[in-house]
Design a protein around this ligand. Structure first.
Ligand code: VGL
Ligand code: ZN
Length: 192
């Protein structure tokens, strides 16, 4: 599959807290870093979203149940856990989009409460390729919003990892994305 100037890569929430050792670690989360680094130089537009919560964010719960939207404290703005994974290589001109920055609301999608859709349109982007963490939460929400915003939307299947709470939610998310109209591709199939 040939990439062109209207294609954008969206790398969702590849942050320390979502990687092994982090407060909300996704199994194998760091394994998406080489995929992001392989793809980023092939895209004219590369966006890194980050979960960027205040310390008193409404999703934080000392006894979190995950699937109901309560989580251990994670990605507190300005802390090491909120930093993008240190091995990510951001190409020149890469965009960083912070989301869920207000105490009272959560936002799984990189489009939710941000200028991402407008920014992509202003750059002439018509297709987006979504990868990152986590498949069943922020990746799924970002890909569904990309469709809603009118972008032709792809999921980079080897570039995602799931929380998998409840079990199977990662595979279910991929199935739901397919049903919604997202095309699932492998990073190896992308050239440009
Ligand atoms: C995420 C749970 C809470 C994610 C963010 O990036 O998938 N999941 N906040
Ligand atoms: Zn969060």
């Amino acid at each position: 599959m040939l990439l062109g100037p209207a294609d954008a890569l969206i790398v969702v929430d590849v942050q320390n807290d979502f990687c092994p050792g982090g407060s909300l670690a996704v199994s194998g989360g760091d394994e998406v870093v080489p995929v992001a680094n392989h793809l980023a130089p092939r895209f004219a537009t590369v966006v890194y979203t980050r979960d960027w919560h205040p310390a008193d964010h409404c999703s934080f719960d000392p006894r979190p149940s995950f699937s109901d939207g309560s989580w251990p404290a994670h990605c507190v703005a300005g802390t090491p856990g909120a930093e993008l994974h240190p091995d990510l290589v951001l190409p020149p001109g890469a965009l960083v989009v912070s989301k869920a920055t207000e105490p009272g609301t959560d936002a799984y999608s990189g489009f939710d409460g941000t200028a991402l859709a407008a920014t992509l349109r202003a750059r002439g982007c018509t297709r987006v390729f979504v990868m990152g963490l986590a498949t069943d939460y922020c990746v799924q929400a970002t890909a569904l919003d990309a469709l809603r915003e009118g972008f032709v939307t792809f999921l980079v299947e080897d570039g995602v990892r799931a929380v998998d709470v409840p079990p199977g939610s990662g595979a279910q998310a991929v199935a739901e994305l397919r049903r919604a109209g997202v095309e699932v591709v492998s990073s190896h199939a992308l050239a440009g």
